[in-house]
Design a protein around this ligand. Structure first.
Ligand code: FE2
Length: 305
């Protein structure tokens, strides 16, 4: 009996420097003997040692067919890089608001930035005998557009989609949504999907007999390794607020990242009369975290056990 045509493609997004989660995802994908990889952006920032994430990406690029899409975090880093030395350089500080981005930038190379610049924000993927698929970090036109399931902008994107299927990321919410015969699959965030604590979330596209079947993967990773590396990196001291909300998301699945920045900025404005990002006081972060119930480092460490 002839073996039917089949193809397996791993789609991994929002790694955010969590190379422990990336490694677990890659190991699972290799065990499943995937044929190729699509990476959907936001490779770095939020967690420690971005250079280790980059090393894993360069390694898999040598080993297998890979497609790389650019996320909004890459745009932040590219824009910051090009602003340096100009009349209006972007200001990032070693604080809870922008310190994670600054730390990330300091640990990247010019080659990494050039690699990010080479990536498109979306791509039409074609394979012999299989339906064409669009892939993107956000939408087809903006890599920072949130396509939440059921929202009007998401329906609009699906209505105008040139393919039947769009695979994207950015919302950190893994799942799928259909509208007018089109489907959007969100791969989830490898680093820290909402509601999926301590697991690397991604998808594998199984192409069998001319159709795509989507496997939603959630695999455990070395959460203690992430803790130890974050602690050793110095980020707990320089970027205490953002480190806490990022680890809370990874370890509990609860997203307090954006609400916390928003509240800290409101508190800063109330206290000083104005608030310009990223000049937000650490006391405002502390107060925002207290109000929102962000876990402290001692409680967070207990979460990993
Ligand atoms: Fe993103």
């Amino acid at each position: 009996m002839t073996k039917e045509f089949s193809k397996k493609i791993a789609v991994i997004a929002d790694i955010h420097s969590n190379h422990f989660a990336l490694e677990a995802a890659l190991n699972y994908a290799k065990e499943q003997k995937v044929d190729e990889y699509i990476f959907l952006g936001d490779y770095v920032s939020d967690y420690s040692c971005p250079e280790r994430t980059m090393a894993l990406l360069y390694q898999i690029k040598q080993q297998a067919k890979c497609t790389f899409i650019r996320g909004n975090r890459e745009d932040y880093l590219i824009n910051y890089h090009h602003s340096l030395g100009t009349a209006n350089p972007t200001v990032w500080l070693d604080n809870s608001t922008s310190g994670s981005l600054l730390y990330t930038y300091r640990n990247l190379t010019k080659e990494d930035i050039a690699f990010f610049e080479s990536m498109p924000i979306c791509k039409k993927m074609e394979w012999d005998g299989m339906p064409t698929v669009m892939v993107a970090h956000g939408s087809l036109t903006r890599n920072n557009e949130l396509l939440q399931f059921g929202d009007e902008n998401t329906k609009e994107v699906l209505k105008n989609l040139p393919t039947e299927l769009l695979i994207n990321a950015h919302t950190h919410i893994q799942g799928s949504f259909e509208y007018m015969g089109k489907r959007i699959v969100n791969a989830g965030a490898c680093a820290n999907s909402f509601g999926i604590p301590k697991k690397a979330a991604f998808v594998i596209m199984h192409g069998v007999d001319g159709a795509w079947d989507i496997e939603f993967c959630q695999v455990p990773y070395d959460v203690k390794g992430l803790w130890n590396e974050m602690e050793e990196s110095g980020l707990f001291e320089t970027v205490p607020g953002w480190s806490r909300v990022s680890l809370q998301l990874a370890y509990t699945g609860e997203n307090l990242c954006d609400p916390c920045v928003k509240l800290a900025m409101e508190l800063c404005k109330k206290r000083t009369g104005e608030c310009n990002w990223p000049m937000v006081g650490e006391q405002d972060w502390e107060e925002a975290m207290r109000i929102l119930g962000v876990l402290d480092f001692v409680t967070l460490q207990k979460e990993i056990c």
